[in-house]
Design a protein around this ligand. Sequence first.
Ligand SMILES: Nc1ncnc2c1ncn2[C@@H]1O[C@H](COP(=O)(O)OP(=O)(O)OP(=O)(O)O)[C@@H](O)[C@H]1O
Ligand SMILES: [Mg+2]
Length: 381
Amino acid sequence: MHLLRVQVPEFRALKDVDITFEKELFPKVFPLGSLNGGGKSTLLQLIFTLLHCSDSEERQIYLLNLLKIAKIESNSEIKTLAKIDIYHEGEIVCLEFICLRNVFSEEPSDKLAELISNIEEEQNIRQVCKISWTQYERESLFCYVEGMIGTQISLFLSNLSSKVFLAAPPTQVFLFLERDDNRALFQAQKNHDSFKIHDAILSAKSKLPGFFTYDFVSVDLILEAFQKAINLDFKEYLETGNYGENVNKLISEYNLLLLDKQIALIPDESGKLTKIAFKLNSNNGKTINLGPEDFSHGELKRLSIYSWIKNCNMTDAIVLMDEIEIALHPDWQYQIVNDLVEWSPGNQYILATHSYELCQALTPAHVKEIEPRLLKQSANS
Ligand SMILES: Nc1ncnc2c1ncn2[C@@H]1O[C@H](COP(=O)(O)OP(=O)(O)OP(=O)(O)O)[C@@H](O)[C@H]1O
Ligand SMILES: [Mg+2]
């Protein structure tokens, strides 16, 4: 899957956004820049929520939270939230996410009339979710795809949703969460409300397999990856009489990543893998044992991205990453482009960033920008 083009007429800070991520460009890594508040996080979250949640009833709540932000003005009936073109297996599929109010005027516009007829004939359109504002006022989100009927759209969205990922810092405001949960971010340390946002993010992670925050939970991911490798090696033993090489391979990969440290697997008394540790060979020839809590911020960030990408088994995926450069030295900001391609080739990466070094690792054509169209132009500009 390749996100080819995204158009957003108007959504929060986004106005007339039209960005193309050319499929001919290699590597498939696209930095996305703007001023602070320019709409990068908004755009990544909008794309992620629409593409990851539109084919699942359990995830509808996250779309509804978006609709609450994008409520149609009371004087209109129809609003395009986003148009997203996906390149898949040699074809371009154009998805249009449209909000419709249940209150239609007596003379609907041509576009509205066409949509109503499509809805009635179940052609090219599928209802994604609906929300009741009042007893009489409802709004529905539809996905319109030229050339597909309802069930084909469902199949496509279902496949697409498993190929879309979002990574962001845990201190980010997430538009797909409840507004009240996000507000709790600002009451941190005051009362138990500070746990509310943490719980909301954890709950979202359990329902949105593509959602990841760069935090220290990565240790669990590492353990999970090794447990999978152990199981695979044991399976191979049962089938062939020889243990597989999966654990050794994973140890080598982690050691390569960790540069001056080596990973160590620590079993409990029953032999079950419960802990990982790291060994550092110091200058005086001594080996120092370290836990993940002894790592630097940047080291943990790189480790957590690597563990996430490896653990999700991403193939042919659209990976949206916000503020990837935070905590990384400029050398690592430059290096992360190659790292991503090496860790999981074949994916498309869209990286919201302020990092000059990261952009320098690519050609100018790779670097996309959200222009500040909502800002008032000064009289002499
Ligand atoms: N309803 C709204 N209409 C217009 N703008 C809004 C609305 N709600 C929030 N905003 C603005 O949208 C911007 C949020 O954009 P966003 O977080 O996506 O920016 P960003 O490019 O990720 O910035 P940063 O680089 O600082 O992370 C803020 O400036 C915010 O004030
Ligand atoms: Mg941001």
